[in-house]
Structures are given as C-alpha cells and as structure tokens.
Write a protein that binds this ligand. Structure first.
Ligand SMILES: *Cc1c(COP(=O)(O)O)cnc(C)c1O
Length: 392
C-alpha cells in the first residue's frame, strides 16, 4: 500500500531534492576568518575570485552577494537598457529574466529543445529583432546549452552571450569548462547549487572592460577616481548608479574551501545520475534525461519525464504520493511567463508550447553528493512503488 493511502512510507526520514555538504574543514575556515581583521572587503574575496576564475579557465571573476545580483550586474555591464530585448528560456528560475527587467529591458522567451530542455538555438534565431541586445542561456539541470550554435547566432547579430550557469559549475562543453565560453558566465552558490557560500554568486569573463563595470556596479558605482587628487586622499568618486551587491569575506572563505571539493561532489553526482539512468532506462513509465554528446553535465538536477498516458494518476497525484513516501520530489520550473507578474506584463500562455508540455510532465527526484547509495535506492523504490500502484 502506498503511504498516501495509509501504507508505510519507503523512508522514515524526509529526503530533500538537494542539500549542501559542509565538512569540518569548511567550518574551520569560516571560524578562522571570523577571528581575522576582515569580515568583509578583505583578502578572501579576491582570493576566491582568483581560484574560481582559474578553475573554470576565465581571466576575471567578480563575486556578488548572490547569483541574482550577479546577473543584474551582467545586464548592466552588457549595457542593456530601456527598450532592449534579451532572449532567454522560460524553463528557469525567475532570476534569469528578472535581471533583464531590473535594467529596464524586455525578456523575450524562446522555446526549448524537446530533448535537452535547454533553449533551442533555432527558436533564438526566430526571436531576434533589431532591438535584441543579448541572450541569457541557462545550462538547465547542469547540462550545458548548445554553446557553438548560440555563439554563432551572437556573432552574426552582434549580441552579448550571457550564460546562466547557476546549475553547471564544473560541467564541460566539448571538453572545456563552463565559464570559459560565453561573454559572461554566472555561477550561484546557494546551498542547493554545486558549491555553496550560503548566499553568493559570481560572474566570470575574459573581458577586462566587463570586469571593470561589474566591480563598479557591485559597489555603488564608486571608484577612487580623480577626486582623490583635487579633494584629498580620503576622496572617492561615484560615477554611475551602482548597488551594494558585495559578498563578504566569511562567504568567500567558505567558497574557497568548498571549491577544493567540487570535483568530488560532481563525481558523486555523476555516479548517482548513472544509477538513476540504469534504474529507469527500460522503465516505460518515465523518460530519463537525454544528454547531448558535446555536454558533460554536472547533474545539478535529475529530472524524470512522466509518461502520464500509462498511469491513472496526474503528475500532482504522483508528486504527492512520493512526498508521502518521504521523497522530496520537486518540479523545476513553472514556465516563467506563467507567473502573475509576467502575465500582467502581457505575456500569454501558449507562448512556448514545447516548454509548457515539458513542464506538465516534469518531476525532479533527489540528487545531491551527500546522498548514500541506500538513499538512491529508496528513491528508485518509491518511484516504482507509486507508479506501479497507479499503472493502467
Ligand atoms: C539559483 C538560480 C539563480 C539565482 O541564484 P541565487 O544565488 O539564488 O540568486 C539564477 N538562475 C538559475 C537557473 C538558478 O537556478
């Protein structure tokens, strides 16, 4: 009997879909920084930026207080402003397109590829107008977008390529690390993401000009500037309207410590994904995630596509039954333009049919490096138990 109907659950304890993995080394590094003279704006921020830039193979990195702020900074640095259009995917967290709204631009949603669920380069091409300024592509679930095709479109139309890589730190495209490929790439360090600084984000880039603008924007639009010559050594100069989007040394020190373990985290994520692929590949009730040959995913999320024609239950009933089994399933994401705020801006349902169809069948199952093999087995057992129960 399934738990939602009074049976006993597959697990006694609730298993979330994602979770950080902190060790004593991480905790000690934060304590050491707490005892240092700097809690913020000290040496740890530059050090974190340097090690992360080196890891991904980019020249510059500018850390922010969260990934959303970092994306806002990228839109500022790209010069996006009132009336400019930015093409992005509807299957993402709202921050990807909100960052365009923050600078007065207009997000334009392009439909997804039916296999990878990433933004479809052909749909991008169709959405381009004379007002298009940039593309924000999201490496959804950790699988890199079609970088080569997107770059080609960007070069042809002189667009800035911003990669929302919140899911894909450590992933590779044609053997190259994500972070070395787009004009600007954003990583997030929220606790469910590949590594964590509690809150935190970063933009990596090979452009010195972008890096300068990002630093300016992160700290009120203030530089030391020529005022220091006329006013005196105390002076600083505000030359544009920036924000206070700085990260702290406490967070940066945690990031430095976490980054050392990223490769192990990803290795474990890939191992778990392989187990899921094996468990579900010949199971007709679900479709396992397709992987394109250029992409080596960091497996931020593992998403099943439910074959709802083979069951008597809706996605919601399956979802609730799995939660009752103590499996922390989730759905990533509601198409962005379905949200009331976007609806009020004039976006309508039906805009991206492939994305909407994917959303209706999507189910995220738990995947994070700290999961044990028996956690993984419990997820497989629960999914099969629930689906078996509802099978036609
Ligand atoms: C998490 C996330 C963000 C925002 O990052 P925060 O650090 O939480 O602000 C942006 N885009 C995507 C796709 C994300 O998953």
């Amino acid at each position: 009997m399934i738990a939602i109907n009074g049976g006993s659950p597959v697990r006694d304890t609730y298993l979330n879909y994602g979770q950080q993995w902190l060790g004593d080394d991480d905790i000690q590094s934060v304590i050491d920084t707490l005892r240092s003279p700097y809690l913020t704006q000290g040496p740890k921020i530059a050090e974190f930026e340097q090690v992360l830039a080196e890891y991904v193979g980019a020249k510059y990195a500018v850390a922010f207080c969260n990934g959303t702020a970092a994306l806002h900074g990228a839109c500022y640095a790209a010069g996006i402003g009132t009336g400019d259009e930015v093409i992005t995917t509807p299957i993402t967290f709202v921050a990807s397109s909100n960052s365009v709204l923050y600078v007065g631009g207009k997000p334009v949603f392009a439909d997804i590829d039916p296999d990878t669920y990433n933004i479809d380069p052909q749909a991008i091409e169709k959405a381009i107008t004379p007002k298009t300024k940039a593309i924000i592509a999201v490496d959804y679930t950790g699988q890199p977008v079609a970088v080569d095709k997107i770059k080609k479109v960007c070069n042809k139309h002189s667009l800035v390529f911003i990669e929302d890589a919140a899911h894909s730190l450590g992933a590779e495209y044609n053997g190259q690390k994500i972070g070395s490929l787009a004009d600007m790439t954003m990583f997030s360090f929220h606790p469910v993401k590949p590594i964590t600084t509690a809150e935190g984000g970063i933009i990596v880039t090979n452009s010195e000009e972008y890096a300068k603008k990002l630093r300016l924007f992160r700290s009120h639009g203030i530089t030391s500037g020529p005022f220091s010559k006329t006013q005196g050594p105390w002076a600083y100069e505000m030359i544009d309207l920036g924000m206070n989007y700085r990260i702290t040394d406490l967070q940066a020190t945690l990031g430095i410590s976490q980054l050392k373990k990223l490769d192990l985290f990803i290795q474990r994520r890939r191992e778990i994904a392989k187990k899921y692929n094996f468990a579900f590949k010949d199971y007709p009730y679900v479709k396992v995630p397709f992987q394109s040959y250029e992409a080596n995913s960091s497996w931020h999320l593992y998403m099943l596509r439910l074959n709802l024609e083979m069951v008597t239950a809706s996605r919601r009933e399956i979802f609730e039954a799995l939660r009752a089994e103590n499996i922390g399933v989730h759905v990533h994401y509601i198409p962005v333009y379905w949200h009331p705020y976007y609806k009020d801006l004039g976006y309508e349902k039906g805009l991206c049919p492939i994305a909407e169809q994917w959303y209706e069948q999507a189910l995220t199952i738990p995947l994070f490096p700290k999961m044990t093999d028996s956690d993984v087995d419990s997820v497989v057992e629960a999914v099969k138990k629930v689906i078996q129960y509802y099978s036609k």
